[in-house]
Write a new protein. Sequence first.
Length: 408
Amino acid sequence: MKAEIISIGTELLLGEITDTNASYLASQLPLLGIDLLWVTQVGDNLGRMREVLERAWGRSDLTLTSGGLGPTEDDLTREAIADMLGEELSVDPELEQWLRGFFSSRSFSMPKSNIKQATLIPSAQAIPNPRGTAPGWWVERGGKLLIAMPGPPGEMQRMWEKEVSPRLRQRMGRQIIVSRTLKTFGYAEAAVGELVGPLLSSSNPSIGIYAKPDGIQLRITAKAEEKQVAEEMIAQREAQVRSILDESIWGTDDETFEAVVGKLLSQKGLTLATMESYTGGLLAHTITSVPESLTYFKGGIVATSDEVMVSFGVDAALIAQHGAGGPEVAAAMAEAARSRLAADIGLGITGATRPTEAGQAGRVYIAIDDGKNKRVAGGTYPPLLPELKRRATYHTLLELRKALLSNK
């Protein structure tokens, strides 16, 4: 099955919002064995929308649209589909009743403009949307399939997961598709590609490589008529990838750095404290994104000046001798955080160079202190401060994970 995604909305073309819907759908289609060949964005213009829809209808087996199903005058997806197929829109009594009930349950009267959300064409079936007022459309004609979904990501994703994906899976037959994502940190995307290069020629299981904020991810996908067979194929290929990338793999599927590290701390009954200068509190913020962090995170110190470092236990003479951005001070910060906040492990982050608009990269030092041993690592990151802070935070959590695993 050849598929195409059409993202609708002038705000996409103006750069006012990011097209996360297309990215989400693109990640889901391979899991159904559906090949995505085209992705298009189009503004809220009836003529251009019809042109894009006609092209997709002519060359694709499946067309997925998101956006343009609202009640306002510039929400034209229904009109464009009807125009493209030469069918008349009419109000569906059941949809109208549901829509009025939706507003009534919230103690509102339905605005007149919302009635357009209760319209269908003869080839369309309504797709339920309990999160909003815009039902989707499931359109079938002449062996072609067009599915229109709302633009808000929460509504679209729920509709896909609960309504659309299960129906498509039934159409695709007995083939079972299983995938697993391996998450790495420390290698560039090209380097990961070169390292696992010998494995990339296989089409089943296949490997896709993607750059994400928390590192480079590899998604292994296998197809088989039985789930157990597909899972065995995944396991074999995963073992091969792990033998190559080893410690750089820090998690799988939906795992996050902070959750992986938090789980290890909980299992070992250890507590953690931080002192950070370069990352401005982002490390502590990330750690506390895990609800269970209250049981193992003692607290964090944001020390963006020498005076604050000294007041919390870093030796002023050490700063004077080595500068506040060196590995020696990072180690002292980790020790001070551990000692002052009475934790089992202290983390310290400081920077030797700050990024500049001229393109100078930032150099960061990371230290871990458990009262017996200290380990210091360094990293050089892109010359954009938000990206640098995020990368340094993830690098710190990766080094902590390594330390926790080595101390069994």
